[in-house]
Write a protein that binds this ligand. Structure first.
Ligand SMILES: *[C@@H]1O[C@H](CO)[C@@H](O)[C@H](O)[C@H]1NC(C)=O
Ligand SMILES: *[C@@H]1O[C@H](CO)[C@@H](O)[C@H](O)[C@H]1NC(C)=O
Ligand SMILES: *[C@@H]1O[C@H](CO)[C@@H](O)[C@H](O)[C@H]1NC(C)=O
Length: 773
């Protein structure tokens, strides 16, 4: 999503106008009523319309509505600010709302007033993903949709949310990596499914009924924002069929098939020369055809204008309108389709029935949301209101989510947790030590309240606070080394809180440098050198940082990565530092050294290494070079041991009579041709907490497939998070599906079961499994 050029809430919007709106908006802000159609109570005649009759099938109601509309009226329903049709009792509806990690006011469909001044702000997604806790993903989604419905009921929010962002975090420099669940297709798929299920809550009586509508974006292979003169509006992602099918598409596929999402958003970029929003194979073919999306396909904001204006993909605007609608686009964020679609029809580029198809998809989603059922207060979720937003319980979940995500990367000699009896004063130092807004990242709202790291720590001990430099940019001229060093030399422990914020990594802002910004490294080293007590380094960032200096520095005893931890971030950091919570987060991305960024162009989309050019490949699945930390890294205050209890040594796949593999030596067999379907087995592990502290632990099941078809060096088959009391153990069962988990995607994009030895790993355990026919 972008705020580009002429969009409404761009920062170019003059300040005085914004102030005027705030002033006008603050008058008469008693609770307002939500937007909805078919208000039969007010206008009984509307009861005669089939589309208002909730006893009819949705398909029939939508057909009834579409046939009543003129061409101009239909076109009004192709854009996010959908037109009103007074004669049918349909008010204008704003489709664009956001809820990436809490109800956000980034989209024009949602705002905060004194009726609902804020909403619960959960950690930025990259930190939540680090929890590897699928029930947490769904629990957060449920709270967010409860608050969203509550705000809709008082006229402050929409019903359609363009979240989550499930693009693979392919390159460490990407400014929007913070919004995503990381670099692994399985984790991203599980996150997408969990969060979408939480938001939409179709698990009630009627599976077709949506609490709110979610949207998986940005489809697809979108992860360059602005890097060395290349921007997302012009970028052509050159992607191999193989990378497409085993890296970029899986989160979207799961989102649609397993999450039943009500929408997918196409991106700005081109994929292999075709703008995604005008690609019939990607939209009509894959999303709607193959995956059977039950919902609408929306463009990123102004994508259709971008493919005409910036990419010059079509000669005329009418052609751009026609091409995208014919490719399968249903809704345009922006106004391009409202301006050019009529001319496209009149000029013969587009037939009206293509428009009918698009608005049919849009209306069907609104019907599932209850928009055409009259007074929302009489419907499911109708009783939710301001009292259900920012409840103590919701805010506690925000704190819990941050605790579960925080990753302990280094802890020399059990330096952490700090004991509040031994440690009386803590020097709290660094440009992120007392931040508020930085903690909620982007696509944020207004939080219920903030607990800054300083406030969190100060609740337990006395603190000596020094920012050390003015802001995360940490220019040499803003360094306040002497003050910072003085505090560190006096206190019983030093907590340095540094990292990034939206001035370093953001939408439209990719990084060049993976080091900590400005003079942060100097600040840390100098402070560590004079600290009286143990030094704890806290990195607040979305993307990974090259902190090799700190990893190697013995004076820095402990390192924590806290993402952008949300409104309760400071409380969660303190919970971990003082041992009220045993850290269990694991890195969802590889932390590369700066040399990676020096060598690898961000624009090279290839996941696989290329020995001919020295290109090292990307992510733990393919990259074999040096790392600072790797995917799945994360320590605990206790020790967990794994013991393999049960795993098969061989799996045999039955083949049809006469299959070519019977007569020659095959390295793999096509999944669709083999009988691996329903072939599954379980791996049983005994997991023991051998330490003194209770805690949660994530069990990762990786597999190294036989090296055929440029397969990954290892990939995640499954993960399971368990809570174990000190000195207790549990049997953990991991299910392995032969077709799905032991297959790889070949160079042409077909899924094949690799024959030969697959090495399964759990921690340091390795188990060889022979797959044969
Ligand atoms: C820390 O930040 C909070 C919230 O912005 C502010 O109220 C407080 O004064 C700050 N504390 C210090 C010591 O600067
Ligand atoms: C560390 O402190 C000592 C004095 O205690 C000083 O001599 C040395 O230069 C300092 N080193 C750094 C890297 O600041
Ligand atoms: C996963 O998250 C849920 C919701 O916060 C929590 O109740 C549960 O204990 C977590 N699971 C583990 C193993 O930590």
């Amino acid at each position: 999503m972008g705020c580009i050029r002429n969009r409404r809430n761009c920062s170019v919007f003059p300040l005085f106008l914004r102030l005027l709106f705030i002033f006008l908006g603050s008058r008469g802000i008693s609770a307002q009523s939500p937007v909805f159609a078919c208000d039969v109570a007010k206008n009984p005649d509307l009861g005669n319309f089939g589309f208002c009759d909730s006893s009819m099938e949705i398909g029939d109601r939508v057909a009834d509505l579409v046939k009543r509309l003129t061409l101009q009226e239909k076109i009004g329903f192709l854009v996010d600010k959908a037109g009103a049709v007074g004669r049918l009792g349909i008010p204008s509806y704003e489709w664009w709302s956001e809820a990436l990690h809490g109800v956000s006011n980034v989209g024009p469909g949602t705002r905060f007033t004194s009726v609902v001044p804020g909403a619960t702000s959960f950690p930025q997604v990259i930190l939540t993903a680090a929890s590897f806790n699928t029930s947490l993903f769904e629990a957060i989604g449920k709270v967010v949709s409860t608050e969203a419905r509550a705000m809709y009921n008082v006229g402050l929010a929409g019903l359609t949310y363009w979240s989550p962002n499930v693009n693979i975090f392919r390159d460490p420099r990407w400014g929007r990596g913070q919004e995503t669940p990381g670099e692994d297709p399985l984790l991203s798929s599980k996150y997408a499914t969990g969060y979408v299920r939480g938001l939409q809550q179709t698990d009630g009586g009627d599976a077709n009924r949506l609490k709110v509508a979610a949207c998986c974006k940005h489809y697809t292979a979108y992860d360059v924002d602005a890097w060395k003169g290349v921007d997302r509006y012009h970028f052509n992602a050159k992607v191999t069929k193989q990378d497409m099918d085993d890296t970029f598409q899986p989160p979207f596929k799961s989102c649609v098939i397993d999450g039943n999402v009500a929408s997918v958003m196409c991106s700005y970029n081109q994929v292999n020369g075709i703008p995604t929003c005008a690609d019939p194979d990607l939209l009509a073919g894959t999303i709607r055809g193959e995956w059977k999306l039950n919902g609408y396909i929306v463009s990123d904001c102004d994508s259709v204008q971008v493919l005409y204006n910036d990419q010059h993909y079509t000669k005329t605007p009418e052609e751009a309108a026609a091409k995208s609608i014919l490719a399968g686009l249903d809704l345009n964020c922006g106004s391009f389709l409202s301006q050019h679609t009529e001319a496209a029809v009149k000029g013969g580029n587009l037939i009206e029935s293509a428009i009918d198809k698009a608005i049919t998809n849009n209306f069907a989603v609104l019907m599932r949301l209850g928009f055409f059922e009259g007074d929302p207060s009489k419907q499911p979720y109708g009783k939710l209101g301001p009292k259900d937003v920012c409840t103590e319980q919701n805010q506690e979940l925000a704190r819990e989510a941050a605790r579960q995500g925080i990753v302990l990367l280094k802890n020399t000699d059990g330096s952490l947790p700090l004991s509040t009896t031994a440690i009386k004063t803590v020097a709290v130092i660094g440009p992120n030590a007392n931040v508020t807004k930085t903690m909620i990242g982007n696509y944020e709202g207004i939080p219920c309240k903030y607990t800054t790291p300083l406030q969190g720590l100060a609740a337990s001990v006395s603190t000596l606070y020094q920012p050390g430099c003015l802001n995360v940019g940490c220019a040499g001229s803003s360094l306040q080394l002497d003050d910072a060093k003085k505090s560190a030399s006096m206190a019983d422990a030093t907590v340095l809180i540094v990292g990034a914020d939206q001035s370093v990594e953001a939408e439209s802002r990719d990084r060049i440098d993976l080091h900590l910004p400005g003079q942060q490294e100097l600040l840390i080293t100098e402070v560590a050198n004079v600290s009286k007590g143990p030094v704890i380094l806290v990195i607040m960032s979305g993307g990974p940082m090259d902190i090799s200096f700190a990893k190697a520095d013995d004076r820095i005893r402990s390192i924590l990565w806290v993402g952008y931890p949300g409104e309760a971030g400071g409380a969660a950091i303190a919970d971990v530092i003082f041992g009220r919570f045993n850290p269990s987060g694991r890195l969802p991305v590889t932390w590369y050294p700066q040399s990676f960024a020096d060598k690898v162009p961000m624009t090279n989309m290839n996941m696989r290494p290329d020995p001919a050019t020295g290109y090292p490949g990307r992510t733990y699945r393919f990259y074999t070079g040096d790392t600072i930390y790797t995917f799945g890294d994360g320590l605990s205050y206790t020790q967990f041991n794994h013991h393999l209890v049960q795993a098969p040594k061989r799996v045999s796949i039955p083949l049809e009579e006469g299959h070519v593999c019977h007569s020659q030596s095959c390295k793999s067999v096509e999944v669709f041709q083999s009988s691996c379907e329903n072939l599954a087995f379980e791996i049983h592990l005994r997991v023991r907490n051998a330490g003194k502290m209770d805690g949660s632990h994530t069990i990762f099941l990786f597999s190294t497939p036989p090296s055929v078809h440029n397969s990954p060096q290892k990939h995640l088959l499954g993960f399971e998070k368990v809570f174990l009391g000190s000195q207790t153990e549990q049997l953990v069962k991991l299910q392995v599906d032969v077709c799905k988990d032991l297959s790889v995607v070949d160079e042409l994009g077909s899924r094949k079961v690799a024959l030969g030895f697959h090495v399964l790993h759990v921690g340091s355990l390795k188990h060889s499994l022979s797959v044969r026919i």
